[in-house]
Structures are given as C-alpha cells and as structure tokens.
Design a protein around this ligand. Structure first.
Ligand SMILES: [Zn+2]
Length: 421
C-alpha cells in the first residue's frame, strides 16, 4: 500500500473484521452472499450494522422505507447534512463487497474522526439504503429513491417470486407502508452525498490504481425492439422469399456494435442482452424476434446521436428483409455528473496521500443516482479483481479497501473543515 503510515487515519483491523463478520450473514459457499432486500438475513445484517453505528457513537433510526440512518449531530444543526452511504443488501448470488464497503467504510471513517476528537459544525448522516439491488421486487434503489421522494405509485404492490408484496415485506420489518412518503428529505436539508463502492468493472485494474475518482454515472437508454416477419418451413421457402425476423435482429446487433465502436475510446457502450425468438424452433424460419438494447454514455449528446443512427439502421434492416418494426422505450435516464468541487477535493487528497487514482465514469447506477437529483454528489471506486461483481467471486483486496477508506476519510474531513462555516 502506498499510503504512508502517518496518513493512515482509519482502523484497518476493525474495518476488515466488520467486513468479514457481515459476510457471514447470508453466506453462500465460501465467498458469496445472499441477502435479498427485507429478508431475514438482510434484517439480521442491518441490526449488526446498527450496533456498529451505535458503537461509533451515532444516533440511529430506521426510516419509513427501511433505510438505516446513523447520525452525528453537528454543532450547527442549521447547516445542511453531509450524507454518506451505500447498501448491504445483495444479489441472489452476490459478493461480500458490493455496497457493504461503502457502508462499513463510512462508519469506520466517522468513528475514526470521533475517536481523534474532531468536532464539526455540519451534521453527518450515514445511510445503509434499503433494497438497492432490486432483484427481489425487480425495481432497485428503493431506499434512496424513497429518501428523495421519488417512489412510484404502484411501488408497494410489486411482488417477489413467492407472491409477497413490497407492502407486506415492509410490514414484516415493523414498518407502516402507508408512511413510505414520509421518508423523503427536503432538498435543502442535504448539502452533499458521497458514496464509496467497488468498481464492478475492469478499468482500475487496467490502470493499476487501487482507487478511482468517479466523474459521473452514465444514463442508460433501454429499448425493446421487435421485428415481425413470417414463419415458414426451413427446408422449403427459398431464400429470396423469406421474412426472417432473426436475420433482422442479428443485423441490428451488428449495427449497434458498429455505431458504438465508431465512438471508441469514448465511454459509449451498447449491448443486446435479452432475445426472445418465436416460435424458436430448429426448422421454422423465425417469425417474431424481440430483443433489448442497452445503450449508455456519460455524454448524453453522444448517446442521443447513437440512438438516432441506430433507429435509421433499424428501419433500413426492416425494409431490406421485409419485416415490421416496433421500438419501445423502456427507460431513458440522463447521465448524472459528480460535482466538480468534490472531484477537485479528491484529486487534491490523492496528491496529498501520494496515491495513484484514475478518473472514470460509472456504468452501473448506484444509490448516488437518486441523491444526485437533490444535492451535489461524489463517488469513490475501489478496484475489484477482474471487474467481477454480482457474483460470489467478487473480490477486492484488503489493501485496496483500506486505501479506499482512508482516501474517503481524508475527503470527508476536508469537506467538513473547508465547507462548514
Ligand atoms: Zn452496489
């Protein structure tokens, strides 16, 4: 680790013990974790984290959407809050670092600040956000959307695979689902939000940097495209008479790839990830094919250009192969940029600590995304092995987590001293 000992202000043993102890709850195999939102294991983990918050001398509460909030009251309660946080729920076959290092790292750094005798004018809150992953009810960042007042109307009616609704799941936590909207903060209560998270991608490893400074979260455009042709016997219909919907889908996939490839090395990425073929039979020409398109970029104008080009290509392919075309827009989120002033503080702190960092954008979204709509935000990424995440094989080294958390400590301390008057 390149951090000099004199600059190490967190307690590495305590942090690593907490990470390991939490990983025992909902453990699968030797390294994996399964803590579905609002499940027994999720609640057990939440109770443990709440105890650690109390040990750190934070005042704790669970809000109306199930967020666990630990608060260190500032000397001047009129100043808007500096919020830190992430999540401890996981994918069904998830890893032990996704989200958890952001929650446990925040507790560690605040506890270290308290133990060193620092006092601050500004109040700090650490949030362990409820249901970030969204795998149980097929809709994520629930707690962070609740905190900024962005829940949808049918949110409580969503059901998991066992037919249990979000409403029932919240009730089983002892919460009153009728009050979910009370969790929302007025935007003037929040000063800024910071989140540390594993990268979930390969960039930091490639750059040989333990820590990354995030520039923003790219917004996904999700389309479902359907080509409709005509089914026929694979042995008898001559090639020039076919209306093969799968041919359309495969050319569309290639077209998307070409359009995105032209923009490299920019941050544009495009994926066809889910395909439905009808009738999906070995000896029938495919009649109807629906496929998803996931197009992302930190630069919205560039993403829009790609979308325009893609739509033209999709039309051309349809007419070349005599297919009907339908395009449905499922999601269209704008990129959210991290605040320049927070990125600058991070750059300065990295210089001060003499650690190598790299600037990068986030492809996945995080709890920081909803928070970005009500206050400035910044994110720190920690390198993870082979970019693997949402998988029991997910791994970040102890050194990288310590380096990331110590960097987080210095960033927060700097914000609290420079930006509280
Ligand atoms: Zn996560």
């Amino acid at each position: 680790m390149s951090t000099e000992t004199s600059n190490l202000h967190i307690n590495p043993q305590r942090l690593l013990e907490h990470i390991n102890e939490l990983a025992e709850i909902g453990k699968i195999g030797t390294t994996g974790v399964r803590r579905l939102a609002h499940s027994k294991d999720d609640l057990k983990a939440l109770a443990l984290v709440e105890q650690w918050m109390k040990d750190a001398n934070l005042y704790t509460r669970i809000d109306e959407v199930g967020n666990l909030i630990g608060r260190l009251e500032g000397e001047d309660p009129s100043q808007p809050i500096l919020m830190l946080g992430s999540h401890i729920d996981s994918q069904p076959y998830g890893g032990r670092y996704d989200g958890t290092i952001g929650v446990l790292g925040a507790i560690e750094l605040v506890q270290s600040l308290i133990e060193e005798g620092h006092t601050f004018k500004r109040t700090i809150e650490i949030v362990s956000f409820s249901d970030e992953e969204g795998s149980r009810f097929n809709k994520g960042i629930f707690g962070s959307r609740g905190l900024v007042g962005e829940l949808e109307n049918n949110e409580l009616e969503r059901k998991d695979e066992d037919g249990i609704s979000r409403r029932e799941a919240l009730k089983s936590m002892g919460l009153d689902p009728e009050k979910v909207h009370d969790a929302a903060y007025d935007s003037d209560r929040l000063f800024a939000f910071l989140e540390m998270h594993i990268e979930q991608g390969p960039v930091l490893e490639n750059e040989e940097a333990a820590v990354g400074i995030v520039t923003g979260i790219s917004g996904p455009l999700w389309l479902t495209v359907t080509y409709k042709g005509f089914a026929g016997h694979a042995g008898s219909v001559p090639m020039h008479l076919r209306q093969d919907a799968f041919l359309g889908a495969s050319e569309a996939t290639k077209a998307l790839h070409t359009i995105v490839q032209k923009r490299q090395p920019a941050s544009t990425v495009g994926t066809v990830g889910h395909v439905k073929v009808f009738p999906n039979s070995r000896n029938i020409i495919p009649e109807e094919v629906s496929f998803t398109i996931d197009l992302r970029d930190i630069d919205l104008e560039r993403r829009n250009e790609c979308e325009r080009e893609l739509r033209i290509e999709l039309e051309k392919i349809a007419s070349n192969h005599n297919l009907e075309l339908d395009i449905h827009e499922d999601t269209n989120s704008e990129p959210r940029y991290c605040a320049d002033w927070i990125q600058n503080i991070m750059i300065n702190q990295a210089e001060h600590l003499k650690i190598k960092t790299t600037e990068l954008m986030s492809g996945p979204f995080h709890d920081a995304m909803p928070l970005s709509k009500v206050c400035d935000y910044g994110m720190i990424f920690v390198r993870c092995k082979d970019g693997i995440s949402h998988n029991p094989l997910e791994y970040s080294s102890e050194q990288d987590i310590i380096e990331g958390t110590n960097f987080y400590y210095h960033t927060v301390k700097n914000i609290l001293t420079e930006y509280s008057h």
